[in-house]
Design a protein around this ligand. Structure first.
Ligand SMILES: Nc1ncnc2c1ncn2[C@@H]1O[C@H](COP(=O)(O)OP(=O)(O)O)[C@@H](O)[C@H]1O
Ligand SMILES: [Mg+2]
Length: 399
């Protein structure tokens, strides 16, 4: 396994630091900016205008979005020191009810855009687009990588095995770069499914260096299973996991998506602030079940939780694992109970899968003709060519 075995093309991403006096505004700004189709790394800080300068000093962002009440007359004076000290940084100021005088003063001190607060998504994203064009970032219009998450409806469903071998299948052609990131912070073991080497670096080291994280640093922190399939291992222990905050994940996933064509996440089973942040960024959420009652019960709860949190059913892709013909519960039974179509059925194949897992060798490499590997290769293919798919495939990849 070589660490520099494929060309590292540095992909420039827009660094956006956001400052708001209100937690709610900050959260809505974060959602807006994350929905932007450009590659972006976001940080958010709650506070007043006074911390604009230290924030700029610390983050060196391309764009500083300042959401302020703009109440007192000296407000802009505080910003002026920041704009003067960091002339290359674009300052976007959000103010409720900005008067023409305020607009004039803001422009005079070097604020590039004055927008209403609370922010209007269209106005804010258009402003970011202008920055992107000015900085020439749009000249390298690499489409952001597609993020896909895997969740186990219940422990032992095979979610980690499927996520890791799906990532490997996506990378198998050699033309697409794939990152598997183990976000199962408690019991992460994804790296072991594809590699027999202990990871030298894990997610926690990457998070420690988050402020200087770029695609080269990320790629060098991963195990290179093949030249195009890289794995970032989960932290070794819970104390390390505690260091990871949702905003770190925004940056990590943006950097990953700027460099890899696919970013596959193993989320384990928990729905917490971190996994929800990952799901926000995911175009597809694969839920893994087996056809027994306890799985179906937990899956029903999970689908209910996800839809209550606002994730659409279109985003959810139900995968039945370890399927055996003639079982008590049929795929149709499961679909009826769950109110959700099954998108892929993965057969049971004890010997080949156990050998792959025990040896830490991807299934497609160890047993290329095994039906489980074949099913995963088909799933990878449908993900890569959604337009050509029909029937149930349309259901998963719609939109
Ligand atoms: N399709 C399959 N056929 C046979 N065994 C499987 C299959 N999928 C998974 N397994 C087995 O199930 C075990 C548990 O899988 P794992 O991915 O760790 O589950 P989870 O992440 O959902 O807890 C694996 O070690 C593997 O041996
Ligand atoms: Mg697992």
């Amino acid at each position: 396994m070589k660490r520099d075995d494929f060309e590292l093309k540095e992909s420039r991403i827009l660094k956006v630091a956001m400052l708001s006096y209100s937690k709610e505004n900050l959260e809505s700004l974060r959602r807006m900016v994350s929905s932007w189709d450009g590659a972006v790394a976001i940080t958010g800080t709650e506070g007043d205008l006074e911390i604009a300068a230290p924030l700029a000093e610390q983050e060196h962002p391309d764009v500083l979005v300042v959401d302020s009440r703009c109440e007192h007359a000296g407000a802009l004076g505080v910003l002026e020191t920041t704009t003067a000290r960091y002339p290359a940084m674009t300052v976007i100021l959000l103010c409720p009810n900005a008067s023409p005088e305020l607009l004039r003063d803001a422009m005079r001190i070097g604020v590039r855009e004055l927008l209403p607060s609370p922010a209007d998504p269209h106005a804010l994203l258009t402003a970011l687009e202008r920055v992107r064009q000015r900085l020439d970032i749009s000249k390298s219009p690499r489409k952001a990588g597609r993020v896909m998450s895997w969740i186990a409806c219940k422990g032992g469903s095979g979610a980690t095995f499927l996520a890791s071998n799906f990532a490997n299948a996506l990378a198998a052609s050699g033309s697409k770069r794939v990152a598997l990131i183990d976000l199962n912070l408690q019991f992460g073991d994804a790296a072991l499914f594809l590699s027999d080497q202990p990871p030298q670096t894990t997610l926690s080291e990457v998070i420690r260096q988050i402020r200087r994280l770029d695609s080269a640093l990320l790629a060098s922190s991963m195990i290179h299973v093949t030249p195009t399939c890289h794995v970032l291992a989960a932290p070794e222990n819970l104390a390390e996991s505690g260091l990871i905050k949702p905003e770190h994940l925004d940056t990590l996933l943006s950097v990953a998506a700027s460099h890899y064509d696919y970013v596959v996440l193993d989320l384990g089973r928990s729905l917490d602030a971190l996994s929800l942040r990952a799901l926000d960024k995911s175009e597809t959420i694969f839920l893994v079940i087996q056809l027994t009652l306890p799985f179906i019960r937990d899956c029903k709860r999970l689908i209910h939780a996800l839809t209550s949190l606002g994730y659409s059913r279109d985003k959810i892709s139900l995968v039945v694992n370890r399927h055996e013909k003639g079982g008590d519960i049929t795929v149709q039974d499961a679909e009826r109970v769950l109110g959700q179509k099954v998108s892929k059925i993965i057969p049971n194949s004890y010997r080949a899968v156990a050998a792959s897992v025990n040896q830490g060798v991807p299934l497609l490499k160890l047993a290329p003709r095994d039906p489980v590997g074949k099913a995963l290769a088909e799933l990878a293919e449908t993900v890569e060519t959604p337009a050509k798919s029909g029937g149930w495939l349309r259901d998963i990849f719609r939109g």
